[in-house]
Design a protein around this ligand. Structure first.
Ligand code: AMP
Length: 258
């Protein structure tokens, strides 16, 4: 059974005692509502480290839309059950007030990549992500931290932040886990209807098709996806094609290699 810790300072002491014994620490940050995508990260962390810690924290500062935050799924007890079979050592589940004791007065700001792709539309989102990940990495003192390529822009930014601030953690990318339909697994998929879930798989299909046909135009992809979808952007960056769309009021993101 994993120990569950809410207090940041207690969590830091917990990690430190193992670090001092020479244990390697693998850390997986999540916002809960765990699915097979998250669990793939957990599997890797378990396999590659002596101690494996998972955080469950719905970080308020990374939500640019209050409604999205309010509607974010909360399945804490289920999440703990899911984690049981992975033999992890510790779950860190803090309260927002404990993670932000000085409100949000201190934050990490990035001025280049965080303004592109999703950052053009989600103002302040990546500052919130970077700020909370810096706190989590400082507390965990992890040798390795695991991030999904589903949020590829986030992975790149965290890798750059770790380098910029000389943090002693290796950032390990993990490939995208998909439903059989091709839909990238996401906690937000739970908010789609059965019909929406089927439709959502078109995003991955048509992103790949657009790469094959050499057409990245937003209008073309909007047409291919058909009714119900609102394409926010389709853009190529660092040998990948990124897209964000809305379906049934849910924002879906995906990316494919070019
Ligand atoms: P979240 O709970 O959405 O903040 O995600 C926590 C971590 O899980 C992030 O590093 C995500 O990129 C990763 N993740 C979420 N969905 C997937 C997926 N379908 N495949 C791989 N990694 C994922």
């Amino acid at each position: 059974m994993a120990v569950v810790i809410a207090d940041p300072i207690e969590y830091r002491s917990y990690c430190l005692q193992y670090k001092e014994k020479g244990f390697s620490i693998g850390f997986v940050p999540t916002m809960g509502a765990l699915h097979k995508g998250h669990l793939e990260l957990v599997k890797r962390a378990r396999r590659e480290n002596d101690l494996c810690a998972v955080s469950i924290f719905v970080n308020p500062t990374q939500f640019d839309d209050q409604k999205d935050l309010n509607e974010y799924p909360d399945h804490f007890d289920d999440d703990l059950k899911k984690l049981e079979s992975f033999d992890i050592d510790c779950v860190f589940a803090p309260y927002p007030s404990a993670m932000y004791p000085r409100d949000y007065n201190f934050r990490v700001t990035e001025s280049q990549l965080s303004k592109k792709l999703c950052g053009q539309y989600r103002i302040g989102h990546f500052d919130g992500v970077l700020s909370v990940v810096l706190k989590l990495l400082n507390l965990s003192q992890a040798d390795r931290a695991y991030f999904g390529e589903k949020d590829y822009q986030q992975y790149l930014l965290i890798k750059d932040m770790v380098e910029a601030f000389f943090l002693n953690t290796e950032i390990v990318p993990v490939g995208i886990i998909r439903e059989e339909s091709g839909l990238a697994m996401s906690s937000r998929n739970q908010r789609l209807s059965t019909n929406g879930l089927t439709k959502a798989a078109r995003l991955y299909f048509h992103l790949n098709e657009s790469v094959r046909n050499n057409s990245s135009a937003k209008e073309v992809i909007q047409n291919l996806l058909g009714e119900g979808f609102e394409v926010q952007y389709v853009e190529d960056f660092e040998n990948r094609r990124f897209a964000a769309v809305f379906l049934e009021g849910v924002r879906l993101i995906d990316n494919v290699s070019l």
